[in-house]
Design a protein. Structure first.
Length: 368
């Protein structure tokens, strides 16, 4: 037996063994029996025929509960031989003989039950009555097949949509991992380049930077599998990075942080602040002859956390000058938050640049 055939057989058995299909079959045909009984009494009353209530109720409920037994089987057959795609001819060739056989079995059970109760038509041969009732009920078989086909189609559609959503999520996560993988070597290269620059003129400072870099890499590995980390952890990573840079810039760099302590547990993208601060240092402060300062603030604002990084460097040169850090930051934010975030870079009047990052807070974080 091939893998595909075995899988189909397993699905066939599963649909028969699953209690929900039996429960649904029982509920549907019970309601049908009540409605059929009410309709039968209405029709007999209009015709003026007198039939005992017991006869009508027993017949309708007996017929309905025989169908309770066979509906899951019809469901399983339809699941295996559905009328979708190009195989409808094969499915039709399966359903016609199976449907007729099933109707003959159902008719035989019902009529045998009537004969047992003494309600059968003894003047008409049993075989004739069986085939007559079987052909009469054959349309009901195909109506049941049609209902099963519709339900299975929409169930399959929902499964495909769910699977598509999972695939999109995996793709987004893979893209985020690629973007992070690009950021980390970029950061490492720039830091090693700074250490190399210091090694000749200030070996002690270069050694301190190397040790701080080792600690920084350990923190980076700790959050390697997380796309989002608490703001406190992100700030600790940033502080370690700034320690390295202050060794490099000495008295030319001043850092000020103002962060709402209630926001320290808020989740933010990991390694999102370091490339923004690095961009301010490399393209702003490092190119200015004046002492530099960087102000980092984080505050709550209408259900969002607003993070600003402002420097007094030479200013922002425009999107056409975005490097790897800024490009990847934009891409990561779009992947993580879509249109629910804002990322702006503006020049400050009088000199410098301000990066504003606005991220959505979760419902629980908004209540904190």
């Amino acid at each position: 037996m091939s893998a595909g055939t075995k899988k189909s057989a397993n699905r066939f058995l599963f649909s028969l063994r699953h209690w929900q299909i039996w429960a649904a079959s029982f509920a549907f045909w019970t309601v049908y029996a009540f409605l059929d009984t009410a309709g039968s009494f209405a029709i007999l009353g209009l015709r003026g025929q007198r039939v005992t209530a017991t006869d009508v109720v027993v017949w309708n409920f007996a017929e309905a509960y025989v169908w309770v037994l066979f509906t899951p089987v019809i469901w399983a057959i339809t699941r295996r031989y559905g009328f979708t795609g190009r195989n409808w001819k094969k499915s039709l060739a399966v359903h016609v003989p199976l449907g007729l056989l099933m109707m003959i079995v159902i008719a035989a059970l019902l009529l045998a039950f009537l004969d047992y109760l003494g309600w059968g038509d003894i003047l008409t041969p049993f075989r004739t009555r069986v085939f007559g009732l079987a052909f009469q009920d054959l349309p009901r078989y195909f109506v049941t097949v049609a209902v099963a086909q519709i339900v299975l189609y929409y169930a399959s559609l929902r499964e495909r949509e769910a699977e598509s959503a999972k695939l999109e999520t995996r793709l987004a996560q893979a893209q985020l991992q690629i973007l992070r993988a690009q950021i980390e070597p970029h950061f490492l290269f720039n830091t090693l380049n700074s250490i190399a620059t210091l090694a000749m003129r200030d070996p002690n400072s270069a050694e301190r930077m190397t040790l701080k870099l080792a600690g920084l890499l350990r923190v980076s590995l700790d959050c390697a599998s997380s796309q989002e980390v608490p703001l406190k952890q992100e700030l600790e990573f940033l502080e370690n990075y700034l320690d390295i840079q202050q060794t490099r810039f000495c008295d030319r760099l001043r850092i000020r942080m103002s962060v709402d302590p209630h926001l320290l547990t808020v989740l933010v993208p990991s390694l999102i602040l370091q490339p923004l601060v690095e961009n301010a240092l490399r393209h702003g402060i490092a190119k200015s002859i004046l002492p530099g300062h960087i102000d980092i603030t984080a505050a709550r604002e209408n259900g969002y956390v607003r993070i600003e990084i402002a420097d007094n460097g030479i200013g922002y040169g425009g999107a056409e000058r975005d490097g790897l850090g800024l490009s990847n930051t934009r891409a990561r934010l779009q992947q993580l938050y879509g249109n629910r975030h804002q990322f702006r870079i503006n020049n400050i009047e009088g000199g410098g640049c301000r990066v504003t990052l606005t991220l959505p807070l979760s419902e629980s974080q908004q209540k904190d």
